[in-house]
Design a binder for this molecule. Structure first.
Ligand SMILES: Nc1nc2c(ncn2[C@@H]2O[C@H](COP(=O)(O)OP(=O)(O)OP(=O)(O)O)[C@@H](O)[C@H]2O)c(=O)[nH]1
Ligand SMILES: [Mg+2]
Length: 455
């Protein structure tokens, strides 16, 4: 076990390291209240839970700080243990003095993620909820925040727990049959079971499919900026990011590798990927770049095709658009056609009414473009049930789905109960991995090791 339940009382700075207006130090464990009581000017042993007390902390005769101290009596605390939180003035000196004092009085410094691990260990939350705590802290956009919050509050866990419960019921009935093998009885109604399996299959499929969106929201919706050399892709990237991120020049083939960066537009996080201009080329390096552009198109949620309005006829651009529409997967990708360099164009009329017309260089109509991107991204938000954002969950769901398929095939071929039971147990195992009924030290180390200290 990466963290043993060693009965230690642990302490750490829970606010960001460095100087701040205030800092919060968290202490959790059986002696939290006793240790706090020894240092604080007021009686903590008889203090109410969840109420802040104002007082001072001294080191011998020396006054360290005036603080607000809150007691959270277990099990009604984040970790499920007795917890105290000390809100002090945010000087690094005070923070260090207090932590030192806590250690001198019997605390041990907490490891990364140890508070959240204890919450998991004490069943205050399951594994997917603990992971959501990390996601919530890292969330930079409204969408990522909403998904993490929903997962932390147990929306996703409940859905998985419900699926598991249904499967467990049937698994036990089938296993019961095995005990009566001689008598040749069927406790588990096969047709009812098949119906249930199909229902579970639908839910699993929906959860698996939601990962594409969930991941896009968490890591930014991938927008590939593609087009011919010199169309103004890099200029547009810079305009969207509001910084000179990519090199711009009038030499076709300037961008050779993909350049990407994230930006938040009205609370939605986008990951813009500027690519090498698409053209037939003999240049070895440029060829690799063009290959990467094509990969970027495949994995993008939104493909933004930029063309120079001065260099195209309506017919030629319609042909490009038709080809792109054909190449994209409409169930998960949208295409946005953008005519650039309108500043150089005398005639603004076009038959392409669905296209956006901008000048990347002069930042004309960039806000229209941003608005369109927001609209396209909204279309893709999952409204029904939970959205999977975590690759670990995605993999476990996919494995559960495969095992379920095996069960269904077995049912179809009327295989015997003992074989069915094996595959059902497998599916249960994979679902249990998500919520943490099934864990390994490696897995826990991996998850909690990513947390910051104090969380
Ligand atoms: N007049 C005008 N020029 C522009 C506009 N946008 C880009 N340009 C110019 O077009 C040239 C090419 O711009 P880039 O942004 O480097 O084009 P690109 O599509 O990234 O080109 P590659 O990286 O070679 O594929 C530069 O000289 C830009 O200044 C625009 O809106 N109007
Ligand atoms: Mg470029």
């Amino acid at each position: 076990m990466i963290f043993q339940a060693d009965g230690a009382t642990i302490c750490a700075l829970s606010t960001a390291p460095g100087m701040g207006a205030i800092a919060v130090i968290r202490v959790s464990g059986p002696d939290a209240i006793g240790i706090g009581d020894a240092l604080f000017s007021r009686d903590l042993r008889r203090a109410d839970s969840h109420k802040a007390l104002f007082g001072v902390i001294r080191k011998g005769e020396q006054l360290i700080d005036e603080v607000l101290l809150t007691v959270f009596k277990g099990p009604n605390s984040f970790t499920g243990e007795d917890v105290i939180e000390i809100a002090c003035h945010g000087s690094v000196f005070i923070q260090n003095q207090l932590l030192q004092l806590l250690v001198e009085n019997g605390c041990r410094y907490a490891k990364q993620g140890e508070f959240t691990f204890r919450a998991f260990f004490n069943r205050k939350m399951d594994l997917s909820q603990a992971e959501a705590v990390a996601d919530l802290i890292a969330a930079e956009s409204a969408g990522a925040h909403e998904l993490a919050l929903n997962q932390m509050r147990g929306g996703f866990s409940n859905e998985i727990a419900h699926l598991r419960e249904q499967l467990i019921n049937f698994a036990s009935l089938i296993e019961l049959e095995l005990d009566f093998a001689e008598e040749d009885v069927e406790f588990a109604d096969r047709s009812q079971f098949t119906k249930l399996l199909f229902e579970i299959e639908v839910v699993l499929k929906r959860l698996i499919d939601s990962f594409q969106t969930g991941n896009a929201i968490k890591t930014g919706i991938p927008v590939a900026i593609v087009g011919k050399p010199n169309a103004g892709k890099s200029t547009l990237l810079n305009a969207l990011l509001n910084e000179e991120r990519a090199i711009v020049s009038d030499i076709p083939g300037t961008t050779r590798d993909t350049v990407e960066d994230r930006v938040n537009i009205e609370g939605v996080s986008f990951r813009f990927i500027d690519t090498a201009g698409l053209r037939e080329t003999e240049d070895v390096v440029e060829k690799i770049g063009v290959g990467r552009s094509k990969d970027a198109i495949k994995s993008a949620t939104i493909v933004l095709y930029v063309y120079d309005v001065n260099e195209h006829t309506d017919a030629s651009i319609a042909a490009v658009e038709a080809q792109l529409q054909h190449d994209l997967d409409p169930s998960r990708q949208s295409l946005l056609m953008v005519g650039n360099k309108i500043d150089e164009h005398a005639d603004h009329s076009s038959s392409h009414t669905a296209h956006l017309f901008i000048s990347a260089k002069h930042k004309t109509a960039i806000s229209d473009l941003q608005e369109t991107l927001i609209n396209l991204s909204n279309l893709r938000l999952n409204t029904e049930g939970s959205t999977v954002t975590n690759i670990r969950h995605y993999e476990a769901l996919t494995s559960a789905y495969t095992s379920l398929q095996e069960v269904l095939i077995g049912m179809e071929n009327a295989v015997s109960g003992d074989f069915l039971a094996i595959d059902i147990r497998k599916a249960l195992h994979h679902l249990g991995e998500i919520t943490g009924e099934i864990t390994s030290d490696d897995l826990l180390g991996n998850i909690f090791g990513k947390f910051c200290i104090g969380k």
